[in-house]
Design a protein around this ligand. Structure first.
Ligand code: G6P
Length: 357
């Protein structure tokens, strides 16, 4: 059918969509920066600036992107931000601030759990923004404002380019709110796009690691601190949903408070170490798992790397590191599912868009 034609020579949509990420990022830079200025609705910026607290609401991969968005909005726009699972928020609402603003993240714009939360928000009469890939989708129509992901159709059930597009849009939004100089953000996002490309050029190395370490295991762990922890949440979701390996993400410092009991001879533990401040702590935690037999892997950056790290990424601006480290983990998930002979694009029991609560 028409969809299969679009896949071209790719064996699966997921790989095609992973490869599209640098181009999507460049499209977003051109969509949201024009004529040397941020190209974002002034009313939207004003509505957010009038708020005293931002609430990000989403499900699945979009929820994981929300945590990176929280850091960007707090660091650059200086507005306190929290992240909620839509399915919990609608029925267990936190005590809200005096002037809340709600941000809905949804690739499809049709997720029932997110929509239910938006219905509640609209009942309160509060302002909202939907960040979505689908123009005219339900969440877009029902929110006060929309920002588009411009990522093109995402077909694989496991979301990849929508995650990085959501983070990129939130970065541009936070930069506009925080008056980050245009040249600076355009340059730094451009560096991210080319760094993504250099990771994509090393697929066979990542495939090799997956083939030698993740073919037999029944469980695996991702660990990291600060933003590396948030990326670990997405990395673990990606691996578990398409390879069926039970994969959990843990804040590295929390391992010793319980999880380390699960480490056995050969258990894969993958550490994300892109944060210079906490990197050495995470290394210490990783060593403790190694001493108990874990099969470890380190993904680091030039300025956090040590000899022997498995994958060292070129350095990019600190707040934007999730955009590149996640690409390594997407490829790990992809090649693990491929190596295990699974249907990468259509994992069992999952749907691309879930329109029931
Ligand atoms: C489904 C998909 C996930 C997705 C989630 C939220 O569960 O399988 O990949 O992250 O829905 O979807 P949304 O379209 O709201 O981002």
């Amino acid at each position: 059918d028409a969809q299969d034609l679009e896949k071209g020579t790719y064996p699966f949509y997921m790989l095609k969509e992973i490869d599209e990420q640098p181009a999507v990022l460049r499209t977003l830079i051109n969509a949201y920066i024009q004529d040397g200025a941020y190209h974002i609705d002034a009313d939207l910026l004003q509505a957010i600036q009038a708020a005293d607290h931002l609430y990000i609401i989403a499900c699945g991969t979009s929820y994981n992107a929300g945590w990176i968005g929280k850091k960007l909005l707090e660091n650059w726009a200086n507005i306190p931000t929290d992240v909620y699972l839509a399915s919990e928020f609608a029925y267990d609402m936190p005590l809200l601030s005096a002037r809340p603003f709600f941000i809905f993240l949804s690739q499809s714009g049709e997720t029932a759990d997110s929509r239910q939360a938006l219905v509640e928000v609209n009942c309160m009469g509060a302002p909202s923004l939907t960040i979505t890939n689908v123009k005219g989708s339900t969440l877009s129509r029902e929110a006060s404002y929309t920002l588009l992901l411009h990522a093109g159709p995402e077909i694989a059930v496991a979301s990849t380019k929508a995650y990085t597009a959501q983070i990129s849009v939130m970065a541009l939004l936070a930069a506009a709110l925080g008056n980050i100089p245009i040249q600076e953000i355009a340059r730094d996002l451009g560096i991210v796009a080319s760094t993504m490309e250099s990771i994509l050029a090393e697929k066979s190395r990542i495939q090799g690691w997956a083939d030698s370490n993740l073919m037999e295991t029944r469980n695996a762990f991702y660990i990291g601190r600060t933003s590396d922890y948030y990326v670990s949440m997405e990395a673990a979701l990606k691996l578990k949903e398409i390879s069926y390996i039970q994969t959990e993400a843990f804040a590295a410092g929390e391992l010793k408070h319980g999880t380390i009991a699960l480490i056995e001879e050969g258990t894969p533990v993958l550490a994300l170490i892109t944060d210079p401040v906490t990197g050495s702590h995470t290394r210490g935690n990783l060593e403790e798992t190694k001493a108990r037999g874990a099969q470890t892997m380190v993904i680091s950056m030039e300025d956090t790397a040590r000899d022997g790290d498995d994958f060292v990424i070129q350095s990019v601006r600190s707040e934007l590191r999730p955009l590149v480290s996640v690409v390594v983990t997407q490829l790990i998930a992809y090649y693990t599912a491929l190596g295990r002979g699974l249907d990468v694009d259509k994992p069992r029991n999952l749907a691309k868009s879930v329109t029931v609560e």
